[in-house]
Structure formats: structure tokens, C-alpha cells
Design a protein around this ligand. Structure first.
Ligand code: FE
Length: 211
């Protein structure tokens, strides 16, 4: 049996169902954006924030100037930056820095031993939806530390957050002095799964800051 059709050619019943569903949808979306969120926990900056920034500071850490970095496992790290009310922080600057596949940072404190082809540091502005994305390597452990990526968020002249991102299930997490000292809730906020992607790995890190 065919449902009676409206002048638009759509079954009347579908239109009625859509009209009933619409207010629920709107309420749902509103309620979601008003749920106060928990700020992403901060972590120490560590000793290796760049002293001098590389000439190339874009969001592709696998290409430093004209050099391509072929070591390590290519990884997309993406996410969103939002405030405590869930509003996207468009224009927030997200910075990441990490060691190369050999465990070295571009830093005098690490003997400047990092591979020149690895950019080691990148920054990008969150788009209108608060989204950001980096191309880098899956982080590796170095002496005393479980794999991590350092993350900093700035808005204009203000520094909103310095933290570290961890790999879910990494065997070194439980031995890491910084990760171990986080509460379960804080661990969950900074430890994300790295999943297989056609071109390596991908990980998503949602960032929430008081802005
Ligand atoms: Fe580090």
C-alpha cells in the first residue's frame, strides 16, 4: 500500500515524522552544547620546548623545509579545541613538539641530535569549527618516558594549556612518572587510541580549555 503523497511528492507520514523529530533534534543539540565540559588536564612543558623554532613550522612534521622524513610510522593527529561550554575556539593556535624516531629532540639540551629532516615542532590555527590536524610520526619512548606528544594551545597572547598526549595501551604508560600520577579521569582525557589508517596511523585528541 502506498502512503498518501503531499504536493511535494513526499509521503505525508515522513513529513509529519520529521516535524515531530525536529524539536527533539534542536533540544538535543542545544543541551549538548550547554553541558559543561571538563578542561583537559595540564602536564609539565618538559625541558624540550624549542629554544629556536625551525624555519618550517607548519602542520606537516614529516617534511622539514625541502627534506622528507622517512623514519618512523606516519600518523595523523587531529582534534578540536573547544571551551568549557563546548564552543569551538576558532583561531586558537595548537602547537605540538616531539622527539624523532631515534628519541631525540631538536634542542641543545638533547645535543641537537634530532634528524634534520624531522620538523619536530609544528603549529596550526584551529578552523571555524575548532578543528586542527597534524601529520607526524607515532610517538616513540625515550629514556624514562613513555611515548607522548607535547601539546600547547594559545589564543592571541594567552597560553591556555600545556599538556601531553599519550598512546592508549602503550606498555610504558604505567611506568611513566607523569602518566602514573594522573587520576583515572585525567588519564582518560590525555590518552587516546592510535588506530590503523590506510597511510599509517590516526589519533584524535579533543582539547577543552577555559577560554
Ligand atoms: Fe617529551
Amino acid at each position: 500500500m502506498t502512503a498518501p503523497r503531499s504536493t511535494l511528492g513526499l509521503p505525508r507520514r515522513s513529513i509529519a515524522a520529521a516535524l515531530v523529530a525536529l524539536p527533539t533534534f534542536w533540544l538535543g543539540a542545544r543541551a549538548q552544547s550547554q553541558v559543561p565540559r571538563r578542561a583537559t588536564p595540564s602536564q609539565t612543558e618538559g625541558p624540550f620546548y624549542p629554544v629556536t623554532l625551525p624555519g618550517d613550522t607548519d602542520n606537516d612534521l614529516l617534511r622539514n623545509g625541502t627534506l622528507n622524513y622517512a623514519a618512523g610510522e606516519p600518523t595523523w593527529v587531529d582534534g578540536t579545541v573547544a571551551d568549557l561550554d563546548g564552543r569551538p575556539l576558532s583561531g586558537a593556535i595548537v602547537e605540538i613538539w616531539q622527539c624523532d624516531q631515534g628519541g631525540h629532540y631538536h634542542h641543545p639540551g638533547d645535543g641537537d641530535r634530532a634528524d634534520k629532516a624531522f620538523q619536530g615542532f609544528g603549529r596550526v590555527a584551529a578552523d571555524a569549527q575548532g578543528r586542527y590536524r597534524f601529520r607526524t610520526i607515532r610517538p616513540v619512548p625515550y629514556t624514562g618516558r613513555t611515548p607522548h606528544i607535547h601539546v600547547k594551545v594559545k589564543l592571541g597572547p594567552r597560553e591556555l594549556l600545556t599538556t601531553q598526549l599519550y598512546v592508549a595501551g602503550a606498555p610504558g604508560n604505567a611506568r611513566d612518572f607523569l602518566w602514573r600520577n594522573l587520576s583515572d579521569q585525567d588519564r582518560a582525557a590525555v590518552t587516546v587510541p592510535f588506530e590503523r589508517a590506510p597511510d599509517g596511523w590516526k589519533a584524535s585528541f579533543p582539547i577543552v580549555v577555559a577560554a
